[in-house]
Design a protein around this ligand. Structure first.
Ligand code: KPL
Length: 280
């Protein structure tokens, strides 16, 4: 298949290498000239894999794609769609909620929930830090069906109840990401420190009650922390690299869903993270 990927962060590079390993033709849509040149001249290296993946990279393409993966951060989605008019289905792989509203009506977009861990080592090198999957809504779209069957290690799976999965991922990110920034520690720290663990549990329970999930989600959050113990969360990676944080898209969006007075812990954590971001 001919697959376009918008965004050259850790997820964009990870998707590009895994899709090329499945013999798909990949176009990587990037903004940064240096990254475009590097990818076109040297390809992308996936750590631990001897193959070199050389997709076409550029600011835009006139070639018709079968499907697109949109991997830019949520705060870039609005800006992206001001100029970009994809004439193929688009999978939206952002953390948080709210970005689907920024997609123009004429674009056939599907929300996708990613549980892979990825770390960008340089503008053309990526590490796959945790094997997960990419859940997409059950759909009759033939292209999406074909992609699911040819997704290899990216493991695209269908979910009948994608909304629930979106909320679960939101809760997980709303707990793990800000705490790892405040402690400046990898995910596993949140179970090693009893203070952090209790904060994580409280944040989890408050988030679960906002989105109407059972309290047992705390078990799943702990399992995810264990599975990604050595990872630095995407928010911590952004913090350390001086990039904007996704705190609005994640905890901010959660607070916006809550009835008045029911998101006190998340409001507090947002306040602390913003303060830390200002001091950075
Ligand atoms: O999705 C993640 C992220 O870092 O954004 C988690 C699940 C927290 C894994 O690190």
């Amino acid at each position: 298949m001919r697959i376009g990927i918008a965004g050259g962060g850790s997820l964009g590079l990870l998707c590009a290498t895994h899709l090329m390993a499945q013999k798909h033709e990949v176009f990587l849509q990037l903004r940064n000239k240096e990254q475009i040149n590097k990818v076109n001249s040297s390809g992308i290296r996936l750590e631990g894999d001897d193959n070199l993946y050389v997709p076409k990279a550029g600011r835009e393409t006139t070639e018709q794609m079968d499907i697109w993966f949109c991997t830019v951060k949520q705060h870039h989605v609005n800006e992206l769609f001001l100029k970009w008019k994809p004439h193929a289905p688009v999978l939206m792989l952002q953390n948080g909620i709210g970005h689907m509203h920024a997609v123009p009506d004429e674009v056939e977009a599907y929300p996708a929930v990613v549980t892979h861990g990825a770390l960008r080592l340089s503008i053309n090198e990526v590490r796959h830090t945790g094997l997960g999957n990419i859940a997409v809504p059950k759909s009759a779209n033939k292209v999406l069906q074909k992609l699911i069957s040819q997704s290899g290690r990216l493991q695209l799976v269908e979910d009948q109840d994608i909304q629930k999965r979106i909320y679960k991922k939101l809760v997980m990110n709303a707990v793990i990401n800000p705490l790892t920034v405040l402690y400046e520690k990898p995910n596993g720290w949140l179970l090693l420190s009893s203070e952090a663990k209790e904060e994580a549990r409280q944040l989890c329970l408050e988030a679960a009650s906002i989105v109407g999930l059972e309290e047992t989600i705390w078990e799943e959050v702990q399992e995810l922390i264990e599975r990604t113990a050595a990872n630095r969360s995407s928010m911590l990676a952004d913090f350390e690299a001086g990039r904007p944080l996704e705190i609005e898209a994640i905890n901010g969006a959660l607070i916006a869903l809550a009835a008045p007075g029911r998101a006190a812990r998340h409001q507090h954590i947002v306040h602390l993270v913003r303060k830390k971001e200002e001091e950075r």
